[in-house]
Design a protein around this ligand. Structure first.
Ligand code: ADP
Ligand code: ZN
Length: 435
């Protein structure tokens, strides 16, 4: 019988050895990024730096940032640092407008990804005796495939379920003796509610672990999940640009998420000035992939706000901890795990005739599931049209939203002038969810 490799020794390197490894890996990534990606070359040249200027970890702050717009501008493969023949996989995530952003992986990158996701699962107690239900979406989105490969690497038996189909999820948990589930925290709460309606008691089931991420959630939500289901709720963090799920995860001490600093180098910067802030200060998380060869991301501005803690963790892991992510410094919304920028909705709405550029996105949580309503003004002519005309327009907008962004939204067409105008920055979002 074969058991999975215990990857946790990598979480316990002493800090000087880790720092030496980081410097060596950073030096080895800036060189091919500069040599092979015209975009990085331009950015380095504009900042007046060369790969050889990286002589210490502190030197990294001299290098330029990478932003989501760089991924969009280089769509699809402009940031690749290897020939296309070495790319094994492509995923995509929402861009700010129109086209998605595309991320690419070499065989080695896929292995690193599986390894770091597996380290989150092993940190949570997963072994080859576990049976894992992967209920993140299997699609361009990194959630499904990322959790899948990580669970395989951790040695678990993997069930590639995907999202949706609540009753089937419950059936599989029961019939297959599932011990761990990977999904968004809000989907799990939905599962708990459906289970309660069906008289299915999670406490009497085999389910022991939940790895929840892809959207912000709170300590209160964790307590509710654990109290009502008896499942240990672990936090898993990641983003497609850097890799996917498994950039960081929490340990049993629950005092932040350990970042896999041997692959992903974290910094905290002032979101307004970009200045690097000292440990213990809240700011924007900036991540550098130290050994992702397909599409290296150097000093990537995540827009996630958090604080880094370098004090030793009682669990003994030497990896830095970040506070759980609750807020972002941009206007990106996460609705049922799907990223959404108001600007995407705006450009989509403006494709339709009879629509005014005044809209409001109202986000609520109904029965633990996020719901999105788009209120949009129509022209006076359209507004005075027959009900049937309005109904058709509403349906067309809804279908286009579903097709382009993947979110089922309620569309409300309102009278011209009814959405509040503001003298300053227009408010396009009313988020009524409690984190
Ligand atoms: P993923 O496929 O991991 O969801 P995306 O690129 O679609 O990656 O979205 C990444 C964003 O989702 C992060 O920048 C962060 O804002 C949010 N996110 C992911 N995991 C968590 C988590 N555990 N807690 C809070 N926010 C999270
Ligand atoms: Zn710890």
């Amino acid at each position: 019988m074969s058991t999975a490799e215990d990857l946790s020794r990598k979480d316990f390197l002493d800090r000087p050895a880790l720092a030496a490894l980081q410097l060596q890996r950073l030096q080895a990534i800036v060189a091919p990024a500069y040599a092979n990606s015209p975009s990085y070359k331009r950015a380095f040249d504009a900042a007046g730096v060369k790969p050889s200027d990286l002589k210490s970890l502190a030197d990294l702050s001299k290098f330029p940032f990478t932003a989501k717009t760089d991924l969009r501008d280089n769509y699809p493969f402009g940031l690749n640092a290897v020939p296309n023949s070495e790319i094994r996989r492509v995923h995509a995530s929402s861009g700010t407008t129109g086209k998605p952003i595309v991320v690419t992986y070499t065989q080695g990158d896929l292995e690193t990804w599986a390894e770091t996701a597996a380290r989150v699962f092993q940190m949570g107690g997963i072994t080859s005796n576990d049976i894992a239900l992967i209920s993140y979406g299997y699609s361009l989105f990194t959630g499904g495939m990322g959790a899948h490969s990580g669970m395989e690497r951790a040695g678990a038996t993997v069930i590639p379920m995907g999202g949706g189909n609540t009753e089937k999820q419950l059936m599989l948990i029961k019939d297959l003796g599932v011990t761990a589930i990977c999904c968004t925290p809000s989907f799990f709460i939905h599962l708990m509610e459906v289970a309660a309606e069906k008289g299915f008691d999670f406490r009497k089931s085999t389910l022991r672990h939940g790895f929840f991420g892809a959207e912000p959630w709170s300590e209160e939500m964790r307590q509710r999940i654990e109290a009502e289901s008896g499942v240990k709720a672990h936090d898993i963090f990641g983003l497609s640009e850097i890799m996917g799920p498994g950039v960081a995860g929490d340990c049993e001490c629950r005092n932040g998420l350990h970042i896999f600093e041997d692959h992903y180098y974290p910094e905290i910067v002032d979101p307004a000035t970009g200045e690097v802030l000292p440990p213990g200060t809240e700011g924007e998380l900036v991540l550098t992939t130290m050994d992702k060869m397909g599409m290296p991301l150097l000093r990537y501005r995540t827009h996630d706000l958090t604080t880094l803690h370098y004090e030793p963790c009682p669990c003994g892991r030497t990896l830095v901890r970040m506070d759980r992510i609750r807020r972002r410094s941009d206007d990106m919304l996460i609705i049922r795990g799907v990223n959404l920028f108001p600007s995407q909705v705006e450009s989509l709405l403006l494709e339709f005739e009879g629509i005014e550029p005044h809209y409001l996105l109202v986000v609520t949580r109904e029965q633990s599931m996020d719901a999105l309503e788009i209120q949009v003004e129509v022209t006076p002519q359209v507004f005075s049209d027959e009900v049937k005309v309005l109904e058709t327009l509403r349906n067309r907008i809804r279908e286009r939203m579903k097709a382009m962004i993947g979110i089922n939204a309620k569309i409300t067409l309102v009278e011209p002038g009814s959405i509040a105008r503001s003298a300053g920055k227009t408010k396009h979002v009313l988020d009524m969810r409690k984190a």
